[in-house]
Design a protein around this ligand. Sequence first.
Ligand code: BG6
Length: 487
Amino acid sequence: MPNTSFPKGFLWGGATAANQCEGAWNENGKGISVADCSMYKSEIDPSDYKAQHSITSQDIEEAMLSQDTSKYAKRHGIDFYHRYKEDLDLFQEMGFKILRVSIQWTRIYPNGIEKEPNESGLQYYEDLFQEMHKRDIEPLVTLHHYEMPLYLSNHYDGWYQREVIEFFLKFCKTVYKRYKGLVKYWLTFNEIDSVFRHPFTTIGLVEDRYPKEKWEEIIYQAVHNQFVASALATKYLHEIIPEAQMGCMITRTLTYPENCHPQNALIALKENRKNFYYSDVQVRGEYPSHIKREWERKNIKIIFGKEDENILKEYPVDFVSFSYYMSRVSSMDEANKEQVSGNLTSGVKNPYLETTQWNWQVDPTGLCISLIELYDRYGKPLFIVENGLGSRDMMESDGSIQDDYRIQYYQEHIKAIEAAIEEGVEVMGYTPWGCIDMISMSTCQMSKRYGFIYVDLDDNGNGSYERKKKKSFNWYKQVIASNGKDL
Ligand code: BG6
């Protein structure tokens, strides 16, 4: 058996988000969140990410009046809220060292603005974390994973208004105090770079409410407010739980040039730089100069609070986490090239890569490149907190799910991580996305499955919710047991 490069104590596990798995959308005092308004649009091609994500104020009004859960599939999720002990048992059986979950802000402060937190929400997560510890599973907690209170979107323009920073910090302080001693690893904003891709779920902004010519400025302002909130959330974390660590979280959308034409190389470099800008601010504590030049060129005016620059500088994150699903290709001749689009990004088709059933270009080497680049850039520990293959898994006549394609996907990606570690990169852990099947973020489909565990549920919310181990379950168990040796 080959030697493994994975360090002792490497954090193997899996990743989830509360709004995609918990369900119980209106139970025990929970308020309505932006995620509770996302719809499954069966009539739209699921790989058309723009159309799938688009939302109007009319859609929001309808969602607020509706009690429907089949159209708004995140409202029922996979019922993790009631079944989490059973699910944790399965994660424990696989040998998880860590599980990424998020805390829904709306369970703690239903509208985001309340004076007192909702005790039943606080108790739920306390129980969840305790049950995780009983099974030797460390929680990795995202504070903001596409699930802000809808009230803040409707009444405070989402993250555009500065008051939201204070509401968010109040939420953070509440959960830090309550979960001190239970949670060591935290993340502020999930995929903070996705604000332009889906502004409603990330920053609570609905495009038709704002003047077109101000739209870009509004998004930049909202994400600036998130940067400040992220820095202050890091400050308070260190004050309240000194032994805890905070990570930023970006989608690594690695872009290759179409060929060695210098102009193509320049375009790709600029696109990569744009993706890095979000981690640059949170790690280096300042805006890169190219963003400030872009604002000047476009006459975008961002309002900085008096102390903002100092705040960003003083409270950088401790580690860098990211999701990695695919790479993309850009070209100066993009309009005339064959395109591929996934829910995260689109671009020119890469002839060397296969695509998934949702048109995502599978590229394990790109993960190794991303790890090396991020480490060279920041010199901070890295955590791959999402990676995985969404596919339509089929049940065999004997009831088994033979997901060899998923095993192969993970074999290649784990080898890529090992190759980066061999290059001297410090990697803290690996939490494959959707370790149990859950509702897809972008398309609200159940049929887009990522898990090692199958959940009996379809796109319309029909099914028994029964859990079943896929072939990949035992495979991943053996990977963890051998610390990445036995692939
Ligand atoms: C990431 C998100 O963008 O991708 C997750 O952080 C999401 O919430 C994951 O589920 C996969 O995307 P999708 O749309 O296939 O669920």
